[in-house]
Design a protein around this ligand. Structure first.
Ligand SMILES: Cc1cc2nc3c(=O)[nH]c(=O)nc-3n(C[C@H](O)[C@H](O)[C@H](O)COP(=O)(O)OP(=O)(O)OC[C@H]3O[C@@H](n4cnc5c(N)ncnc54)[C@H](O)[C@@H]3O)c2cc1C
Length: 487
């Protein structure tokens, strides 16, 4: 599919042109703000070279979406300069915003602090006001999806972050005192040496698309997951079934209906629609900053409860879907079987039987590191919750127990101590980290807690092994503050 940004008033160059002066003023303010908070300390990590003579990067960040960009900014603010950002997506298409996301606006409130890490002039609001004016910001209900991507692009450029796009991480191997990342760009393989790697690889990067087993047996052209690209035109005139009733299912329903589907039926397993946005509840410093300090039993209990909440659709997408007479929501439709009946996709549910031409899945993502090519070689050595924690009888949750059991710096841990020390230098900043660290690595709400925690853990890991180097530097320190006139 051609990748063309959807229309957005804020992303449109024509609307932007008269506002250029506002943006220039904002950018001058950003520079003043950064200068006034010692945001660029001197680079301090000692340079090391690999056996080929190449300088070893301090940190490679895989994924230049919301999380990867925020992390790069956080690291720069701590004087960590040898950072490489790579992303398999083409420039400007990182993350879901201009590709697989189908809602008009973000779901989260416009006032959340995100990549700005607390600097007012770097917030979405400051950017919006600079581009569109204060009145527009005050009128705004939710942030337009395309405008959010335009903001992320601006953030990346004002902070001076360069990203190596179209570059995929394939695998990670251990060298004597560093990691080697094997990457591919334009079909060409190469490698990068680094001390640490952060996988900020998003929802799919924690495992893969969740596809109900019955669906997987259907001909491939008969179904599409919400994490996949589609030409909506193929849905025109079709009877479409949507599995699921959380946010992405309503986004699917609107996409199909607006593309001219003859009917859209949403099949919801539960008897009611999800209505509660758990992220609103979690948005307080005690929980976000200190979830990771809880004992295993308590973290497990909180996580199970959090995972039971599903993301509700935005009011707008719900109303847009239900305004079509061709749209039908069936609740309590627990699926019993899925298969082909002559040329139809036939689904039998607790709420009746249905036939469709095409299925759209809003079934979410699974967390399963064995599905990630970049970690597949090491998955047997990576500790999971099942290796470290035994739930009480009746509280076993196979999916949750398969999550990696991470350390306080989001680092992977060994199943058997000493078996693969490099795991301590592989940090996971995506939904796979939620049971260990809390919801501070999978969206805007928790970034303000997650990024400082990860940055601090990375700084510690870069400083501690170099203590001897720093002692020698101190011992030989002789920088006269003043020259006495007579000695
Ligand atoms: C449809 C949708 C709507 C959402 N709406 C909201 C919302 O309104 N508010 C909110 O707070 N959250 C929302 N989220 C959740 C979350 O904020 C987003 O998923 C967000 O994109 C997370 O940012 P990220 O940087 O962690 O991951 P992403 O933005 O997904 O970025 C990960 C990047 O990693 C790259 N990558 C993956 N694997 C590799 C590899 N092996 N090599 C190189 N690059 C790789 C990908 O190309 C991608 O660009 C939404 C999620 C989705 C899917």
């Amino acid at each position: 599919m051609p990748r063309t940004p959807p229309s957005s008033s804020l992303a449109s160059p024509q609307r932007n042109r008269p506002k250029a002066a506002g943006l220039m003023r904002l950018e001058a303010q950003v520079r003043r703000d950064l200068d006034s908070i010692e945001a660029s300390p001197r680079a301090w990590v000692p340079e090391r070279r690999d056996p080929c003579g190449s300088v070893i990067a301090d940190v490679v960040i895989v994924g230049a979406g919301l999380s990867g960009l925020s992390l790069a900014f956080g690291l720069k603010r701590q004087g960590i300069e040898r950072i490489h950002l790579i992303d398999v997506a083409p420039a400007g298409f990182e993350g879901p915003w201009l590709t697989t996301a189908r809602m008009r606006t973000l779901r989260s409130p416009k006032t959340l602090s995100g990549p700005d890490l607390g600097i007012p002039s770097l917030t979405y609001g400051a950017w919006h006001e600079a581009v569109e004016g204060q009145e527009s910001w005050e009128r705004l209900d939710k942030i337009e999806r395309a405008a959010w991507m335009a903001y992320l692009a601006w953030f990346r450029s004002i902070i001076g972050l360069s990203v190596c796009n179209d570059t995929r991480l394939l695998s990670i191997s251990q060298e004597e005192n560093h990691l080697r990342l094997h990457v591919e760009k334009d079909g060409q393989g190469s490698s990068v040496s680094c001390r640490k790697v952060v996988l900020a690889t998003g929802l799919e990067g924690a495992g893969g698309l969740r596809v109900p087993s019955g669906v997987a047996t259907l001909p491939r052209q008969r179904w599409t997951h919400s994490g996949e690209l589609i030409d909506p035109g193929i849905l025109s005139g079709k009877r479409v079934g949507v599995i699921g009733a959380a946010a992405s299912s309503f986004d699917w329903a609107v996409t199909a209906l607006e593309a001219g589907a003859s009917s859209v039926t949403l099949l919801a397993r539960s008897p009611t629609l999800p209505r509660t946005e758990i992220l609103d509840w979690s948005n307080f410093p005690g929980f976000l900053n200190h979830f990771a300090d809880l004992d295993d039993q308590t973290r497990y209990r909180f996580t199970r409860r959090m995972f039971a909440f599903k993301t509700p659709p935005t009011k707008e997408m719900y109303e847009r879907a239900m305004a079509f007479s061709a749209c039908r929501l069936v609740t309590g439709a627990n699926i019993r079987s899925i298969g082909m009946a002559t040329d139809d996709v036939a689904i039998s549910t607790a709420a009746g039987d249905f036939v469709f031409d095409h299925l759209l899945l809003g079934t979410g993502y699974s967390v399963d590191l064995s599905r990630r090519p970049e970690l597949a070689d090491h998955v047997d050595q990576i500790a999971t919750w099942a290796d470290r924690f035994v739930p009480a009888a009746g509280e076993e949750d196979r999916d949750l127990l398969a999550y990696p059991y991470l350390g306080p710096a989001f680092e992977l841990m060994e199943k058997a101590p000493g078996s693969l020390p490099m795991l301590a230098n592989i940090h996971i900043f995506n939904s796979a980290a939620v049971p260990s660290l809390g919801p501070i690595c999978n969206g805007i709400t928790g970034l303000k807690s997650g990024i400082p925690k990860l940055v601090s853990g990375i700084c510690r890991g870069l400083f501690m092994p170099e203590a001897e180097h720093f002692y020698r530097s101190l011992d030989s320190y002789d920088k006269a503050h003043f020259q006495p006139e007579r000695m």
